[in-house]
Design a protein around this ligand. Sequence first.
Ligand code: ATP
Ligand code: MG
Length: 212
Amino acid sequence: MITLALSKGRIFEETLPLLKAAGIEVLEDPETSRKLILPTNREDVRVVLVRASDVPTYVQYGGADLGVAGRDVLIEHGLAGMYQPLDLNIAKCRMSVAVRADFDYESAVKQGSRLRVATKYTQIARQHFADKGVHVDLIKLYGSMELAPLTGLADAIVDLVSTGSTLRANKLVEVERIMDISSRLVVNQASLKLKRAPLRALIDAFATAIPK
Ligand code: ATP
Ligand code: MG
């Protein structure tokens, strides 16, 4: 049996065409089904639905043989026990620094001020500001980062941006792009040895269907 870990929503939706290229069809819709294990048209392949940030944990410890996770999630979790054979070029967005429109970020950085930064992505934020030589106090949040500068909790946030409409709706501006984000295929290292042929076939089929 091959177990593929996916999260509901954009990753599930954008992985479907890649599965199709491998001849795999998921037989239930996660938006209407309550099942967490979804059968496919292949008796030896199943999909497990987990939180986006839990995908690397499942793959690392072999709860799934492979999975699809954002670069953001993979950097925060680390890649221990996993191979990352493909950038699938799906679920694309960017990691950025944003502040209130009335906050002069450039001056604050130039003056060497200590910045309070709220984020769910503490590893990425820590590395980014260390590279710039900017001192920061990181405040860990689990969601609704946009609220932090508006309430005075933080001067800045580090968050994912795609269209920028959420930032605009909250009168925040993007002041720095940290990195481009897309989702990657990750494979358990032991699985790749034990189930080499079927996993290799899957990886190769995915590779042929990666969107431009
Ligand atoms: P959860 O909903 O379980 O808290 P999540 O919000 O991280 O997790 P998704 O919103 O499905 O889950 O995001 C999954 C991945 O998709 C993220 O890790 C990121 O790589 C990417 N992503 C997030 N937001 C966007 C976006 N607006 N546009 C494109 N890709 C995005
Ligand atoms: Mg989300």
